[in-house]
Design a binder for this molecule. Sequence first.
Ligand SMILES: [Zn+2]
Length: 136
Amino acid sequence: MKSIAAALLIWINANSGYEYLGEPPKVVKTDPEALAYLLLGEVWIIPERAKRGLMGLYDVETRTIWLRDNFDPNNYKDRSHLVHELVHFLQYEGQRGDGLVNQSDFESEAYAIQNRFLRAHDLPPIKRTTVPDLTR
Ligand SMILES: [Zn+2]
């Protein structure tokens, strides 16, 4: 997983304003229940639909990207979710100083670069999830 993350970081560097040359973050796969727990930090009743939409998240404190256990590294749509989380990693690593400050800006940029990646591989863009609190 680390070599895929490293390759995708090179792609992001070449296709965005980022210039990150350091180590990639840790990337770990886990089940949807654990992802929801990591995201919310407590036990919540989460609608199945929302849980299915939860593809990954970046944990700033441990510098770890968590992905769904069904993540397929050979699938470019799945890879795009890793691109999305890598953008969050770069945002928190402070690799650009152009005034991106709030969570909403972070999400917009992560989706924009994810969709650029999908377009580059002739795949349709993904829509921002309709459950905003579950979209880290
Ligand atoms: Zn996000």
